[in-house]
Design a binder for this molecule. Structure first.
Ligand SMILES: NC(=O)c1ccc[n+]([C@@H]2O[C@H](COP(=O)([O-])OP(=O)(O)OC[C@H]3O[C@@H](n4cnc5c(N)ncnc54)[C@H](O)[C@@H]3O)[C@@H](O)[C@H]2O)c1
Length: 440
């Protein structure tokens, strides 16, 4: 099938590469000429396990191409995926300008039947806006060209995006057009040979399903973070509680890890956007989600609160080692990462930091520029020199079993603030290390 993917970011590039990998002819469009140049020169603009090899393989086979040329992109695919960003607007609602610009480009240039598939996370009703934008552009040039608008929200997780796309738990397709339904079935057939994974529904339900999924996951995290803070005061161990409740199949173990707050490009903005849609479009206050967001905003400061409780509010002259910058392991994404709130708190209190992250340091350099209070080290151990304590903000595998002897000898004070509960408190403390975790 001929497929165009509009927006070549985390979702667009992964979708494009995976769709090419099963034999489709895919053209990826982006307005970011630098991104397209990197891809055309054989590079890769983001870190995602398995993606670089998949892009190279399909590029070499001629099934995956990249362009900034809108006319070429619209002409190419019968299926036009929209996978552009939907960042929060100033009021928290999803900013639809990129989605609607992509839709208008399609309407302005299409000359034959198109299925316009929205993969970006968008509020309920966006399908109608996309349809209207295309209709408006068609009528401006007096064209009558048939098209369908489909909602196909993406559930991939950064860090496991290729695997998630290739082996999806479910493929939600919101569609009200028979021809488009058939094309979507054909498109996804290679990804569900084992059993049917497509869940067909109307466009509005599909749009809401994506927000509901992220809101539920964010709720579990904030719930556990609040209980962790309670456990700490009551003298309970949240890790024991997690196992005690996760074993109930109605609850399950996933997404019950307390930590220093959820971040990333999705949960914070999607929770905000759903609260805003409910208030503006339905006059409903989503009380649970409002609390989820408040709890998370507070939790992003849990590490700096603990650090100040130990070293005092004034951290002038204090220097910290930081392990982890990305919002979670296996990604270089730092959008809304808890590490950013932590660094802001530490800098405001006068501290300096040496950080290490296996893949996100170039992203941190882009974000923090010439920030003098932040240095980078080439490996975890090298962060420890001159540091008053070690802070852990991302649960990368390589942090899970460190040499506590080295940590103890190198730090000025043997103190660890662990925002991800990586270690057994009894064991770490038995090594002579002062250990502050979350809810333990
Ligand atoms: N990142 C994730 O893990 C994830 C998972 C599921 C859903 N989503 C959703 O998918 C959407 C995309 O997210 P992302 O993380 O891939 O974003 P991203 O910022 O990585 O990529 C978006 C890309 O779209 C490009 N773009 C913007 N306007 C354009 C236009 N008119 N034409 C062509 N390209 C254009 C940008 O230059 C950018 O490269 C968002 O709605 C997001 O909420 C993201």
């Amino acid at each position: 099938m001929k497929i165009t993917v509009v927006g070549t970011g985390y979702v667009g590039l992964v979708s494009g590469a995976c769709l090419a990998d099963v034999g489709n002819d895919v053209l990826c469009l982006d307005v970011d000429a630098n991104k397209i140049r990197i891809l055309n020169e054989g590079g890769i603009p983001i870190f995602e396990p398995g993606l670089e090899a998949m892009v190279a393989r399909n590029k070499a086979a001629g099934r995956l191409r990249f362009t900034t040329n809108v006319e070429e992109a619209v002409a190419h695919g019968t299926i036009q995926f929209i996978a552009v960003g939907t960042p929060p607007d100033e009021d928290g609602s999803a900013d639809l300008q990129y989605v609607l610009a992509a839709a208008r480009n399609i309407g302005r240039n299409m000359t034959d039947y198109k299925v316009v598939v929205d993969k970006s996370t968008v509020p309920v009703g966006t399908g109608d806006k996309v349809r209207a934008a295309i209709a408006d552009e068609l009528s401006k040039r007096g064209a009558v060209t048939p098209y369908a608008v489909v909602s196909n929200p993406e559930f991939l997780k950064e860090g496991a995006a290729v695997e998630d796309f290739m082996k999806p738990d479910r493929i939600v397709v919101g569609v009200d057009d028979a021809k488009a339904t058939e094309l979507m079935r054909q498109l996804y057939a290679p990804f569900q040979r084992n059993h049917e994974r497509i869940i067909l529904m109307d466009v509005r339900s599909a749009e809401l399903t994506k927000y509901a999924a992220n809101a539920m996951l964010a709720t579990r995290i904030s719930f556990m973070n609040e209980l962790a803070n309670l456990a700490e005061v009551l003298g309970a161990d949240i890790e024991m509680v997690r196992q005690g409740i996760g074993s109930d199949p109605r609850i399950g173990y996933h997404f019950l890890y307390p930590g220093c707050g959820y971040g990333g490009s999705c949960f914070p903005k999607d929770v905000k956007a759903l609260i805003k849609t409910a208030a503006d479009d339905a006059g409903i206050t989503l009380k649970v989600l409002t609390a989820v967001e408040d709890a998370n905003d507070a939790q992003k400061h849990v590490l700096s609160r603990k650090i100040k409780a130990r070293f005092g509010d004034d951290l002038k002259g204090k220097h910290f080692a930081l392990w982890g910058l990305a919002f979670k392991p296996n990604t270089d994404d730092m959008r809304d990462a808890p590490s950013r709130a932590l660094l802001a708190d530490l800098f405001a209190a006068g501290a300096t930091v040496t950080a290490y992250d296996p893949v996100a340091m170039h992203e941190a350099q882009r974000i923090f520029g010439n920030e003098e209070r932040l240095e980078y080290a080439e490996n975890p151990t090298a962060t420890l020199d001159r540091a008053d304590a070690l802070i852990i903000a991302t649960e990368w595998k390589e942090f899970r079993s460190p040499d506590f002897d080295v940590i103890k000898k190198t730090l000025k004070n043997p103190v660890i603030f662990d925002g991800r509960n990586l270690y057994d408190p009894k064991f770490v403390r038995s090594q002579g290390v002062e250990y502050f975790a979350i809810g333990r």
